[in-house]
Design a protein around this ligand. Structure first.
Ligand code: MN
Length: 334
């Protein structure tokens, strides 16, 4: 099922052009990140330019630092969302339907029309599945297709596509940063994306309260397994205490990842309904997607997440830690 970028471009171009004259909703994942919002807004603009009646919907709102990318588009949140007659749904950056949320997907009982993604764990849930595991971002798949097939890319669309490339490659620092990715980025800049404006909006617009959250997160960090695993925690109530929200979690897991000798960086977040985890690595052989799967999750080889429903720090911290340690010993003994 995984495609090359070229195969994806051929399929996606035909699919997008076939949506002309139709009502389309572009769905993304809960707690959307830069690649999700970038993909949704870019695809929505391309579809509008192709003559489709397109809009975006998400379970959670667009994060404050990404709102500019949705300017001029209809972006609906779950609670206000109703499907329109004959509306076709397309998903971006979602490995499976649960990432979108049943409250949205249940409104399309005939199934989703297309699934555009780059997650290894994508289960091919739509009629047309355009999944490129080698792509650096869902925005990479979209940008490659749009540029190669001469789809309409105005300055706002270029900015959205660039956003997804920047955020999913960690500002062009991760392994996924290839010459091809940088070539696509260069073309997007020529079409109107601004690297400095992107940085300012996305990375230099944090709330002052986030620094309190960062301080507390750093204080919680500990090294285990001879320094090969770094774990930081967000206990229940910390967002309220620091005047922050879930969205402020973005980027925190890069701190444990940045330590020399750390193979697996872990962020554990305790909530009322359980423990959520983010996993980050430097070596793809560690297959963090498989580790996440052991904890009711999934993702990429180097970046994955999980959700242990009903778990709490007091009861389950050691069990989760043991699973992570066992996975590291199994995949990369030292
Ligand atoms: Mn992505």
């Amino acid at each position: 099922m995984p495609l090359t970028l070229q195969e994806a471009a051929n399929t996606l171009d035909a699919t997008l052009r076939s949506l002309k004259g139709k009502r389309v909703v572009v769905l993304g994942h809960m707690r959307p990140d830069g690649d999700c919002i970038g993909s949704q807004t870019a695809l929505c603009r391309i579809l509008l330019a192709l003559g489709a009646d397109a809009r975006c919907a998400n379970r959670h709102p667009v994060p404050a630092n990404l709102v500019a990318y949705a300017e001029g588009l209809t972006f609906v949140t779950e609670s206000d969302f109703k499907s329109r007659p004959d509306e076709v749904a397309v998903a971006v950056d979602c490995a499976d339907l649960s990432r979108i949320g049943a409250s949205l997907t249940d409104l399309y009982p005939a199934g989703l029309e297309a699934n555009i993604d780059h997650h290894v764990s994508n289960d091919g849930f739509a009629k047309v599945n355009v999944v490129v595991e080698d792509a650096a971002a869902t925005c990479h798949v979209l940008a490659y297709t749009a540029l190669q097939k001469n789809l309409p890319v105005d300055a706002a669309t270029a900015a959205s596509l660039y956003l997804g490339l920047v955020t999913d490659t960690g500002s062009f620092r991760f392994r996924s940063t290839s010459p091809e990715v940088l070539e696509v980025a260069a073309t997007l800049i020529r079409k109107g994306a601004s690297p400095s404006l992107t940085t300012e909006r996305v990375f230099e617009s944090e709330s002052p309260t986030k620094f309190v959250l960062i301080q507390r997160f750093l204080a919680s960090m500990r090294l285990v397994e001879n320094g090969r695993i770094a774990i930081g925690e967000i206990p229940i109530g910390l967002y309220e205490e620091t005047g922050t929200s879930k969205e402020d979690k973005e980027g925190l897991v890069d701190f444990p990842r940045s330590i020399a000798g750390v193979d697996i960086a872990v962020l554990l977040e305790e909530a009322k309904d359980g423990i959520k985890g983010s996993l980050r690595g430097k070596n793809p052989e560690l297959r963090l997607d498989l580790l996440a799967a052991k904890l009711n999750g999934g993702g990429h080889k180097l970046a994955a997440g999980f959700n242990c429903l009903g778990a709490s720090f007091a009861k389950d911290r050691e069990r989760i830690e043991a699973i992570i340690i066992a996975h590291l010993r199994e995949r990369a003994p030292r």
